[in-house]
Write a protein that binds this ligand. Structure first.
Ligand code: MG
Ligand code: MG
Length: 269
């Protein structure tokens, strides 16, 4: 951040699309192999292997010292969870955030997977967070402002469901740097903030808690968890701001297709 908003050329957008495709494919692979008993560190190894085999570099590895390729945040973990020996259990929700650097550009997307028999309240949290992402995306058009995106997400998840939108972490511009200007909060006021311009590339990523919006950092210095220990969900797309309708760079459909074929993962819909 700090360089100001960088409008991308069509060529740059196509390179971003390739990075985001690899991110989406990596997340789809995770949706294929996720099941109870899998260690989160094993997911990380598979993801890194896939990314490097395809000529990419995991964006997160070494980013400000982050030790892994994926952020894997389970249950009350909001974001920035470090892959570990933890064995994923039936009933866990597993948020996987992936970044890929290729051809000079970063792709960035995230998805929260429901492993096995996740309770209905938690499924509602996942559905509402995912739906709020698309409400935010609808606002990402030329002429709107960043506050329109945040308002759509916050209004839906907080007003309609009584969930808590995390304030400390926000979406962002994305391009040659993983985090570029502008910040894209998941809360805000309509008509406020910077104006969205054609070919701005941004990542929208609601982080929504079932209970309090308040969070804290674990002693590992990375993992953000909810203050009340209740679950948290996270979904993220990268996209291009356009007139009328944004152009999605990441692809959740291929993730959802693999989930349909994995009996260990519960469908959102
Ligand atoms: Mg992001
Ligand atoms: Mg991300």
């Amino acid at each position: 951040m700090g360089k100001g908003v960088i409008i991308k050329t069509e060529e740059e957008i196509e390179l971003l699309r390739l990075s985001d495709l690899m991110v989406s494919e990596t997340l789809a692979l995770m949706g294929e192999i996720l099941k109870p008993g899998v260690k989160s560190i094993d997911l990380d190894k598979k993801a890194e292997e896939y990314i490097r085999d395809n000529g990419g570099i995991p964006s997160f590895k070494g980013y400000e010292g982050f030790p892994a390729s994926l952020c894997i945040s389970i249950n009350e973990a909001v974001v920035h969870g470090i892959p570990s020996d933890y064995e994923i259990k039936d009933g866990d929700i597993v948020s996987i955030d992936c970044g890929v650097y290729k051809n000079g550009f970063h792709g960035d997307a995230a998805y929260t997977f429901a492993v096995g028999d996740v309770d209905e309240d938690t499924m509602e949290l996942l559905r509402a967070t995912n739906e709020s992402l698309y409400l935010g995306i609808e606002m990402a058009v030329v002429g709107n402002r960043v506050g329109d995106i945040g308002y759509a997400i916050q209004h839906y998840t907080e007003k309609q469901f009584g969930f808590g939108v995390v304030r400390e972490m926000v979406g962002h511009g994305v391009g040659r740097d993983l985090h570029e200007d502008p910040e894209v909060p998941n809360f805000g006021r309509r008509g406020r903030g910077i104006k969205l311009k054609e070919n701005m590339t941004i990542a929208i990523e609601p982080m929504v808690n079932m209970g309090t919006k308040r969070v804290k950092v674990l002693r590992d210095g990375w993992t953000i968890v909810t203050r009340d220990g209740k679950p948290s969900a996270h979904f993220e797309h990268s996209l291009v701001v356009k007139k009328g309708k944004p152009d999605l760079l990441s692809d959740h459909k291929i993730i959802e297709e693999t989930i349909k074929n994995n009996i260990n993962i519960k469908n959102l819909k």
